[in-house]
Design a protein around this ligand. Structure first.
Ligand code: ADP
Length: 552
């Protein structure tokens, strides 16, 4: 048994270890998968940000060019004063320009707004910088150059819009947008509340904006991709060996093709995953706690039920066994009863038969008389037996009817004593009656109580060869107690309780020709009255039978 238990424990332990291993393996696998998916999604999200910023920048720049072009078209025939008068309005209303300048036909800056930012008198030809100016004039088209350094520092993009009055060239409006204006508006906000960086390059890979100088080493390869005007995500390792994820999107406006890049350390993704895991762990922990708590509760409940059920089954089995034993006993009693009754009924019959046979052939008067008296005695005996049996069966079936009334115990005792006086005197026994003056009446059936007292007195006389038979009555705790004592043979202690059983008689064979039913009937009658009956005895010195009946 013990070995079996240990073996099954080892098996369970093994299964647990294997299961834990499987869980770990699957956990590791799913971690890889989760990491890949989260990284992908994170990149997607970054890419979307990059796209949004790129299209906002393109729109912003396009709009600025269009505004200047509209101005050039509408003011084509106007004087220089009229044209330049609109600069201030456009500058303040549109916003985003660094400066707007008017360059006359000979390539000299004649006006600008804001004035302090315009190099009035600057001659493009003299400075050898007339390339874009010439191109605008000759093509009659807006010319935009790639961002170049400004005198004042920083990068700026130059927009050259030619002014024509029909075929007559009138000069060029030059609008400058500072790259820092664009980055302040669209790139710097992207770095707020996040760990990543943002940068922007132009079509040749020149850095236009670089938040935290991210474009070093590793990112170069990506810049090559960006120069092709594509969009996408990639990863690179920086100089501190940290891995970053980059999302980039092209900024297309007019002839310009720039590109915006957003970077973030991959550790950010890990952090995200960890927070997802943490939430999952909390959820799983809660689920496990609920499941284990619930199952433990269920197990406890079931085992308790089980225990109660087992106890109930045990109890019921015990009851059944007991009932079975009682049935067996009853069955035995019934068989004993039947054989005893048959025997008791046969004995007088046999005596009567013999007496009758003798009578039929006897001549002598004496013999005839004796035979008749034998027959009469046996008839009497059998009648008593049958009466006793009927009484007992009524008592045992609960069918004995008691005629309850106020009964004087003194009268019942005196009456009973009178019935047995003759017998006692015949045996030379002294009959003593001790009744107190005032004995309260009891509630009972007069006839039945008399029967009990007569029975006890009869027995006392029957089992006493000399001495005294005494009957006493007194009041005890609201009951009337009657004691019938004798100086007879007494009853051994171990048999004192059994004398109240039907057919029980002390001694084997019994010493008198009784039936063993008298005391059983007495007990039945007294208990039907709600009283008690018992015997106190010392073998060789006498017995005292005591019963109690309730006061009326
Ligand atoms: P019966 O007297 O007809 O045998 P009982 O039921 O009255 O039946 O008594 C049962 C038995 O109890 C008697 O057979 C006898 O052995 C014993 N017994 C009853 N009364 C006395 C007594 N006063 N002294 C000794 N034994 C007694």
């Amino acid at each position: 048994m013990k070995r079996d238990k240990r073996d099954s424990r080892v098996v369970i332990l093994g299964v647990c270890i294997v299961l834990i291993g499987v869980v770990f393996f699957l956990g590791f696998k799913s971690h890889e998968e989760v990491k890949r998916v989260v990284q992908e999604q994170y990149g997607e999200q970054q890419l979307m940000l990059a796209r949004q910023a790129a299209s906002a920048i393109a729109e912003f720049a396009d709009e600025r060019v269009t505004v200047i072009e509209i101005l050039a078209r509408e003011r084509s025939g106007d004087t220089v004063e009229n044209v330049t008068r609109s600069f201030k309005t456009i500058y303040t209303a549109t916003g985003g320009f660094y400066s707007i300048e008017y360059i006359n036909t000979s390539g000299v800056v004649v006006y600008g707004y804001p004035e302090e930012r315009a190099p009035i008198g600057y001659n493009l030809y003299a400075e050898n910088r007339s390339g874009m100016f010439d191109a605008a004039r000759d093509t009659r088209e807006t010319q935009i150059c790639r961002p170049v350094p400004l005198f004042e520092g920083g990068l700026g993009t130059f927009i050259w819009v030619p002014l024509y009055k029909e075929d007559e060239f009138q000069g060029v409006i030059l609008a400058i947008i500072k790259i820092s204006t664009i980055s302040d508006l669209f790139l710097v906000p992207l770095t707020e509340n996040r760990t990543g960086e943002v940068y922007m390059i132009d079509g040749r890979g020149q850095l236009l904006y670089d938040g935290e100088a991210v474009v070093t080493g590793g990112v170069r390869g990506i810049v090559e991709e960006q120069k092709n005007g594509t969009e996408g995500t990639a990863t690179y390792i920086d100089h501190t060996d940290k891995e970053h994820i980059v999302a980039y999107a092209p900024v297309r406006w007019r002839n310009q093709e720039w590109s915006v890049g957003i970077t973030a350390p991959v550790s950010e993704v890990d952090l995200l995953i960890r927070s997802v895991y943490a939430r999952q762990m909390i959820f799983m922990g809660a689920v496990i706690a609920i499941i284990t708590g619930g199952s433990a509760g269920l197990i406890l409940m079931f085992s308790r039920w089980n225990r109660t059920l087992e106890a109930e089954v045990k109890e019921k089995t015990r009851d059944l066994i007991r009932a079975n034993e009682q049935l067996k006993e009853l069955d035995k009693l019934k068989s004993d009863f039947v054989s005893m009754v048959s025997h008791e009924l046969k004995t007088p019959l046999a005596a009567m038969k013999t007496a009758a046979q003798v009578l039929s052939v006897a001549d002598a008067e004496d013999t005839k008389r004796e035979m008749v008296s034998i027959i009469l005695r046996n008839i009497e005996r059998q009648t008593k037996l049958v009466t006793d049996l009927l009484d007992l069966s009524r008592i045992e079936s609960g069918g004995m009817a008691l005629k309850m009334e106020r009964v004087s115990p003194g009268a019942v005792v005196a009456d009973a004593v009178e019935s047995v006086r003759h017998e006692a005197e015949e045996k030379g026994l002294t009959l003593k009656i001790e009744l107190p003056e005032s004995l309260p009446p009891v509630r009972g059936d007069r006839e039945k109580l008399r029967q009990v007292v007569i029975n006890l007195l009869d027995n006392a006389i029957k089992f006493t060869s000399r001495g005294v038979v005494c009957i006493k009555a007194r009041e005890v705790n609201g009951d009337v107690e009657v004691r019938v004592s004798d100086t007879g043979m007494g009853i051994p202690e171990e048999e004192q309780n059994r004398v109240f059983d039907r057919f029980y008689q002390v001694g084997n064979p019994p010493q008198t020709g009784g039936t063993g039913l008298g005391l059983a009937i007495c007990k039945g009658i007294i208990e039907a009255h709600g009283g008690r009956i018992w015997v106190e005895s010392e073998p060789g010195r006498g017995s005292t039978f005591v019963f109690t009946v309730k006061k009326a």
